[in-house]
Design a protein around this ligand. Structure first.
Ligand code: OAD
Length: 273
């Protein structure tokens, strides 16, 4: 990455008014949420064949509730502590300034929203929404409720049956029918929310620039969006830690931390192109 490339990319982006930002786990890494793949990634610690789907999670609950307890505790600690970083914040400001049309994210955290972005298409769902397994209604899982669940997990440390029973007791129930709920996130093998995907595709088709931030580009159909933007003639700019399947097709690729590079690419007071 050279300084002149960064200046040139920022200049080209400053002329764009319909930027779509496409993000993955890397944009939240500096907020303390680990990425999925690579060293220290979530899938290194928790097998995706087990923890990445509902049947697998159900099986761990029954056979190794302590493992499920660790997983939930880890997740709640991580998400409750995370704060938007410089990348989320600058994206939110650029949207408010009318330069960014939308964020399309694969992340289930709420850091784009808390960073000020209003139009966020969450392709893989939202950890802060619960869906009833019985009646299908959705409702919010606010931070206060998350904190209460987290507190109840403490002290639940011994005896397989005791943990199993306690986990059953603290699983959030539907406000309407008392049914068991699940986080409204997309697990492996599940479909993406169709209306969200459709709107994300529409924005991508009509954008003039597509900024990719922190995604390995290996999970479909989300991974197709950059190719759609490219085929429509948008400027494509990538920010990742290392090369990805998008590097070849991008006009510019920058490798480093999103929290430093994104504010250089879309500064608050852009220079004229
Ligand atoms: P990955 O973990 O696959 O990739 C993270 C990407 O972020 C890599 O390309 C890294 O180079 C980059 N990265 C890491 N730290 C960064 C930083 N500080 N700044 C910039 N880039 C950084 O995460 P995703 O591509 O988001 O799906 O994964 C896609 C999907 O796979 C997820 O949404 C999830 C997972 O299985 C579901 O849960 C359905």
């Amino acid at each position: 990455m050279s300084r002149s490339d960064l200046t040139e990319a920022a200049g080209r982006l400053s002329a764009c008014r319909r930027i779509v930002v496409f993000t993955g786990a890397g944009v939240s890494a500096e907020s303390g949420i680990p990425t999925f793949r690579g060293e220290g990634g979530i899938w290194e610690k928790y097998d995706p064949d087990v923890f990445g789907n509902i049947p697998g999670l159900g099986q761990v609950w029954l056979t190794q509730p302590q493992r499920l307890l660790d997983f939930i505790t880890d997740a709640l600690d991580t998400f409750l502590a995370a704060q938007p970083n410089a990348a989320h914040l600058v994206i939110g400001k650029a949207e408010a300034a009318g330069r960014i049309r939308a964020v399309v994210t694969q992340n289930v955290d709420d850091l784009h929203e808390r960073g000020g972005t209003r139009t966020v298409f969450k392709l893989h769902g939202d950890l802060y929404t619960l869906r009833c397994l019985r009646c299908g209604r959705s409702g919010p899982l606010d931070r206060g409720r998350m904190e209460r669940i987290r507190d109840q997990l403490d002290g639940m440390r011994s005896g397989r049956l005791a943990i199993l029973k306690k986990l059953w007791e603290i699983m959030p129930r539907c406000g309407e029918c008392e049914g068991l709920t699940r986080p409204d996130v997309v697990f492996f093998g599940e479909s993406l929310p169709a209306n969200v995907l459709r709107q994300a595709e529409e924005e991508t088709r009509s954008c003039d620039a597509f900024l990719i931030v922190g995604t390995s580009g290996v999970v479909y159909p989300a991974a197709l969006l950059p190719k759609l933007a490219r085929s429509r003639g948008a400027l494509v700019v990538e920010v990742n830690r290392e090369a990805s399947p998008y590097t070849e097709m991008s006009d510019f690729s920058f490798f480093g931390p999103a929290g430093s590079i994104v504010p250089e690419l879309i500064p608050e007071s852009p220079r004229p192109a």
